[in-house]
Design a protein around this ligand. Structure first.
Ligand code: NAD
Length: 499
């Protein structure tokens, strides 16, 4: 049985017994595999103090040296790629290829952060007034924190800390208490990469740790990724305490399929985007909007493909979909199959009957399900299910489909499948969603663009990584400076001067 504690000031915390601990599970077996200490205000304060003490030295470290630490960290993450993926899979349940993919996407942000000398370049205007120059610079905030969800235990922290650290901040990560091991390995790798003690810290726990971070006077900014109710809470409490906040929330991502689309391409995309990582992705497609008359054909093709999906433990390389993260979450997701049917939807594929290959009967299994003829008032539509349930809404026209997407309170990701460039262009223009795919079902932006949704999927106005990430972790300063010409009696430059 493993036991995890906090990472404070470059080492595991030795400051005393935790008053509360959480259990860690292997979702494929349902067994407890370890425990994790939960931080209270005292442990959070110790982490913030360590970060605050380390900040001045790290901030004063040259851009080139900070970038060199990121380059070294990148190499170490590459060397430990498999180990990280196995840790993720053992606590989250996702299959090995998904876990490896999430580390790869996180690495892209590290690579982006390696370019910090370029990213922090300011601008300069010479002679804005006679003998006066103006320039702008960006400086780190100080101690900043990241609070992250269970579904990407390595990638989502890596959306945040590489840029924050490279920009000169000290960072405190509060990962999900459900799968915290990846963050501990990342902390060790940062230390090996040469990051000074205290610049990166990890505190574990739940609401108590989050509240302590949100109200600690030394914490200047907080990045949050998780469900909408908690994102809203973090935004309100953190903003009231004077912090800079970016809080990314939940999602209900629609994939619109127009009648002219390549139906096989759309069916493949709906299956991989709906059931990959057991639907526990904030960019998963959870609603398919089939525009008449292709609904029946598309649903039949999806059902055929879903029946062939191999559900099994993440450490079996042949598994295509793993278990859900906890028993309670599995039961809640399954409850939407009953409520959907009670509300009038058609359960075309019932994942409860799907075979599981390997793994223990006690694992948190639920196969892929398709609920057809879902209508927006049903709870399977209004709620974020966050599991392997694809809801299909039938729409009479493009306009009806767009009205469904724009009527939804979330606005994280969406996709349109069509062979008509004009229709796709119109959709990207009209849809009220932050990330849009055209014949691409999960349009997660590359690290050098920024990731974030609209409406109830984001509180605050700055998206993560890319240029917006650099802006979030820095403050702009505009300097106006006047230096008198040496002819006014300054240093003798050895040139003839008028007297
Ligand atoms: P969650 O909101 O339950 O937890 C997120 C973090 O908040 C965790 O660190 C958790 O410990 C903490 N937390 C939980 N309850 C809290 C409370 N009452 N007060 C303070 N802190 C609390 O989310 P989750 O279940 O871990 O993750 C799944 C959710 O995250 C889904 O809603 C998903 O859509 C969302 N998500 C969004 C994005 C995005 O980019 N928008 C990305 C990944 C996940």
């Amino acid at each position: 049985m493993k036991h995890l504690t906090h990472w404070i000031d470059g080492k595991p915390w030795t400051g005393g017994e935790a008053s509360q601990r959480g259990d860690l599970y292997n979702p494929a077996t349902g067994q407890v595999t370890g425990t994790v200490d939960f931080a209270g205000a005292a442990e959070v304060d110790a982490a913030v103090r360590a970060a605050a003490a380390a900040f001045p030295g790290w901030r004063a470290t040259s851009l080139v040296k900070r970038s060199a630490v990121m380059f070294a960290f990148r190499e170490l993450v590459r060397q430990h790629h498999g180990e990280l993926a196995a840790l993720i899979s053992s606590e989250h349940g996702k299959v090995a290829s998904d876990a490896a993919g999430e580390v790869a996407r996180g690495l892209e942000v590290v690579e982006f952060a390696c370019g910090i000398p370029h990213l922090l370049k300011g601008s300069f205007s010479e002679n804005v007034s006679t003998g006066v120059d103006a320039y702008s610079i960006r400086q780190p905030l100080g101690v900043v924190a990241g609070i992250t969800p269970f579904n990407f235990p390595a990638m989502v922290p890596m959306w945040m800390f590489p840029i924050a650290l490279a920009a000169g901040n000290a960072f405190i990560l509060k990962p999900s208490e459900k799968d915290p091991s990846a963050s501990m390995l990342l902390a060790e790798l940062l230390a090996q990469a040469g990051l000074p003690d205290g610049v990166f810290n990890v505190v574990h726990g739940g609401k108590e740790a989050v509240d302590a971070l949100l109200t600690h006077p030394e914490v200047r900014g907080v990045s949050f990724v998780g469900s909408t109710p908690v994102a809203r809470y973090v935004s309100e409490v953190g903003t009231a305490a004077g912090k800079r906040i970016q809080a990314l929330g939940g999602a209900k991502n629609h994939m619109v399929v127009l009648p002219d689309a390549d139906i096989d391409l759309a069916a493949d995309a709906a299956v991989s985007a709906g059931f990959g990582s057991a639907g526990e992705r904030c960019m998963a497609i959870s609603v398919l909007v089939a525009v008449d008359p292709i609904g029946d054909e598309l649903v039949a093709k999806i059902a055929e493909r879903v029946a062939r999906l191999r559900v099994g433990p993440g450490d079996d390389e042949q598994s295509e979909m793993g278990p859900l993260v906890t028993r309670a979450h599995r039961d809640k997701v399954a409850s939407y199959l009953d409520s959907g049917v009670a509300d009038g939807a058609v359960l075309t594929v019932d994942g409860r009957a799907h075979p599981v290959t390997g793994g223990s009967a006690d694992g948190f299994w639920l196969g892929p399900s398709v609920l057809d003829r879902v209508r927006p008032p049903m709870s399977c539509y209004t709620d974020e299910i966050f599991g392997p349930v694809l809801c299909v809404v039938r729409a009479g026209s493009y306009a009806d489909a767009l009205a469904v997407v724009n009527g939804n309170p979330y606005g994280n990701g969406t996709a349109i499948f069509t062979n008509d460039g004009g229709a796709a262009r119109r959709f990207t223009h009209e849809v009220e969603v932050g990330m849009v795919g055209v014949n691409v079902p999960i349009p997660v932006p590359m690290a050098f663009y920024s990731f974030g949704g609209w409406k109830a999927s984001l509180f605050g106005d700055t998206h993560v990584h890319g240029t917006e990430g650099v802006h979030f972790y820095t403050r702009g300063k505009a300097v106006t400076s006047r230096w008198l010409d040496p002819s006014h009696g300054g240093v003798n430059l050895g040139f003839p001067v008028s007297s």
